[in-house]
Design a protein around this ligand. Structure first.
Ligand SMILES: Nc1ncnc2c1ncn2[C@@H]1O[C@H](COP(=O)(O)OP(=O)(O)OP(=O)(O)O)[C@@H](O)[C@H]1O
Ligand SMILES: [Mg+2]
Length: 528
């Protein structure tokens, strides 16, 4: 790299700083310049988000890398780079695992990364993220002048600062998600997830969330099963001024009719036999925050009437109490049913439908989100990697093609389950725990068009000691259900009898396991 070549590569980037360019294009140009200047096989720009590094742009790495989150605590190389005072190059024998092993593109087999360096980026004197460079050959970076790399890093920092300022709206949505994450952590829920995606349909959804979230409108979130309605509701709450207050969920499908009033409104001691202590209802718990009515389309008509009464006068009364009080609650509801059709069929009250649907928000099915499938796959494989304790999990090119070609009737949930199974199958194929686990198309078990899914490929007996018990049990449950269905020509009632289960419970379990389930009204329906 001569001073002239460096100047020639950097000047256009400097000129770009003042232009209005989409952030993704800005980052692409930056990484392009870096690769022209330095002999790297892969470069990546990662932004620090809490305790994780999130790739914003990659060049030379598998596309699903963009959907991953690298927890800094789990990747010692990334941690070292973040802590170093300047650019850092790792000795070839340093022995620390490389986060990109197996993710470098156009490489057959698992050639590990051999020469690796990077530097931290700071924006307004605060750590912003990292730029990393990897080469597959030893000593590839021998001649690199570290001072020149530092200049490149400074320019990269200016680039990302410009991109951030110009992408105001996207930032607001992400800020909302960060708040949601903090809130979920504070609330102690098991997993904090963000909405992964970059497609036009996904971005339109984020824009709508940023628009309606801060208002006090009742939102009715619709969309097929497994599209992410629950995550959308969390993002709506996080984008509202109520974000610091509770988001309380009520699953309407699991609400016994006899308990509905005490669930919603609470009761005083002795209000009915069994009411041994005073209890707050969901409305009170959500005071100042958001009440989320999930699967609202499943509410029996009698309960719909009770709910409507409270919504109309805003007053509630604990069972057994004569005191009435007001609560300040924002309502958000979700359903995978076509509520308008349910109203026409007489299964849902028109007045409640209008009361809930002040702002209808439709979450698009996965098949309309293009290459988001790969980003989502990357984020789920990263979770698998962590839970299986592997160095890395990658997708073969044929697996990427198969994911892009599949129609995903069960949407994101189906994708999540397919990948969890695929990682287990891939692990089952290997005798020993590999450093980089490759998932191939066969592991996905996705049916070719017109063929039934490859149920038999699920290994019920997974290698002992390599897989957490819960996942082994789930794999077994899935296989038992698939076999029972296959043995009864797909008849759920018959399969449930064979398994000595109630049909509704079987369908609920199957949905939780990511299997295709029938709709309640008998229509053949999406998987989930
Ligand atoms: N954009 C996304 N990014 C990351 N994960 C997602 C996304 N969308 C959905 N998921 C994940 O997919 C799974 C299904 O999402 P969710 O439960 O929100 O679906 P749903 O629309 O409520 O489905 P149902 O109608 O069956 O209740 C969850 O594990 C969720 O975390
Ligand atoms: Mg849901």
């Amino acid at each position: 790299m001569t001073p002239q070549s460096m100047l020639a590569a950097m000047l256009p980037l400097v000129a770009d700083l003042a232009r209005q360019i989409p952030p993704s294009e800005r980052y692409r140009r930056l990484l392009d310049a870096v690769r022209r200047l330095l002999p790297a096989d892969a470069v990546a720009l990662l932004r620090l988000d809490g305790d994780a590094l999130v790739p914003l742009a990659v060049d030379g790495l598998a596309p699903d890398t963009l959907g991953r989150r690298f927890l800094v605590g789990q990747h010692p190389r990334l941690q070292a780079l973040l802590q170093a005072a300047g650019p850092l190059r790792f000795a070839p024998d340093c022995g620390l695992p490389d986060p990109y092993d197996g993710l470098v593109e156009h490489v057959h087999g698992h050639l590990p990364v051999h020469d690796c360096m990077g530097c931290a980026l700071r924006v307004q004197d605060r750590p912003w993220g990292l730029m990393t460079l990897d080469a597959l050959a030893l000593s590839r970076f021998d001649g690199i002048d570290m001072a020149a790399l530092q200049s490149l890093a400074d320019l990269a920092a200016a680039t990302v600062a410009a991109a951030e300022r110009m992408d105001d709206l996207a930032l607001r949505a992400e800020d909302a998600q960060r708040r949601a994450e903090q809130y979920r952590r504070a609330a102690g829920s098991e997993r904090a997830r963000r909405l992964v995606g970059r497609s036009a349909a996904h971005r339109a959804l984020l824009r709508e969330i940023a628009l309606v979230g801060p208002s006090d409108l009742t939102v009715l979130v619709g969309g097929e099963t497994g599209v992410g309605k629950e995550l959308v509701v969390q993002a709506l709450h996080a984008a509202s001024p109520r974000a610091g207050r509770p988001l309380v969920s009520l699953n309407c499908a699991a609400l016994p009719e006899t308990l509905v009033e005490s669930e919603l409104f609470g009761h005083v001691r002795g209000a009915f036999s069994g009411a041994v202590a005073e209890r707050q209802g969901k409305f009170e718990l959500a005071d100042g925050g958001t009440l989320f009515l999930d699967e609202v389309g499943e509410l029996p008509l009698a309960v719909q009437a009770k709910l409507l009464r409270v919504l109309q006068n805003g007053q509630l009364q604990r069972l057994g109490s004569d005191r009435e009080h007001r609560v300040d609650v924002r309502l958000v509801a979700a359903t995978n049913r076509e509520l308008a059709a349910e109203v026409r069929a007489g299964r849902f009250r028109a007045d409640l439908y209008h009361r809930l649907g002040a702002y209808p928000l439709q979450v698009p099915p996965l098949r309309e989100r293009g290459r988001d499938v790969l980003l989502l796959a990357g984020s789920f494989l990263e979770e698998q990697r962590a839970s299986l304790g592997l160095g890395n999990v990658r997708l073969d090119a044929d697996a990427q093609q198969a994911l892009l070609a599949h129609a995903w009737p069960g949407n994101v949930r189906e994708l999540e389950h397919v990948l969890a199974r695929a990682a287990l199958r891939a692990l089952g194929r290997h005798g020993q725990r590999p450093r980089v686990l490759s998932v191939c198309a066969g592991d996905l078990g996705l049916a070719a068009p017109g063929q039934p899914p490859a149920a038999a490929a699920t290994p019920a007996v997974l290698p002992a000691g390599t897989v957490p018990l819960r996942q082994r049990v789930q794999a077994f449950e899935r296989q038992a259900i698939e076999q029972a269905l296959a043995g009864h020509a797909g008849n759920w009632a018959a399969a449930a009898r064979a398994l000595d289960m109630d049909r509704a419970n079987l369908v609920r379990l199957a949905r939780r396991l990511g299997l295709a389930v029938p709709a309640r009204n008998g229509r053949s329906a999406p998987a989930g």
